[in-house]
Write a protein that binds this ligand. Sequence first.
Ligand code: KIV
Length: 280
Amino acid sequence: MTQKTTVVDIKARKKTGPPITMLTSYDYPWALLVDRGGIDMILVGDSLGMVVLGYPDTISVTMEEMIHHVKAVSRVVKSALVVADMPFGSYNVSVEKAVENANRMMKEGRADCIKLEGGRSMAPVAEAIVRSGTPVQGHIGLTPQTASALGGFKVQGKSAEAARALIDDAKALEAAGCFSVVLEAIPAPIARMVTEAVEIPTIGIGAGVHCDGQVMVIHDMVGLFDRFTPKFVKQYARISDTITSAISAYADDVKNRRFPGEEHSFTMKTDELDKMDKNQ
Ligand code: KIV
């Protein structure tokens, strides 16, 4: 029987290695492929809004949309730890509301844990959710939900002062009980310092090779999202090209009556067909 990855397994990997793997998924077919691929954690990220729902950013994503997709992923995953992203507005109103929404991710979505964005300012929220029984993954550096407050989608921690603030953020999340923390878009040497400053695993995205693990948006990784490609994305395939040529070939076959072929069509007994001729 497949063994389900737990937050305890993830925490232990900081000491034992190898580096932790994490990818996003938002629905049944992708979660199936990612889980079969042996990835340690599947993030149902609020990047859902951009790569699946076509929103301009992640701000509009709702709890209902997240739960719908978390359910689809949880239904199929056998091995990976399923991390549900808390959308903007679901945890920054009050601690009570945050705990209530984290409970929904677990109870309705059947997630294994949640992720939320923010450092020291969100530590009390993370702590309350952890105390209520839901494991929490933090997310600091470039936090897309508050990108406008950060002055846009920019690399964070580039001054000594900002870098020290990132270390303080990671320590605050660790003290709050988070089992790991995502570091997004920060200089590699600073990500290394953050990684060395805490006992919990750091999961990097645009944060260099010295993090304890790496995460990427699956649509970026396989070339299925072409509105823009951040510098930190490595494209391992360009499946949008493959899909587009399959669609063109299908359209061409239909227009030229090459599809369906006999092998895709149903037959019937000739005597029954003959009766049709006689009845006409
Ligand atoms: O929503 C998401 O996909 C994320 C990753 C970029 C870490 O938060």
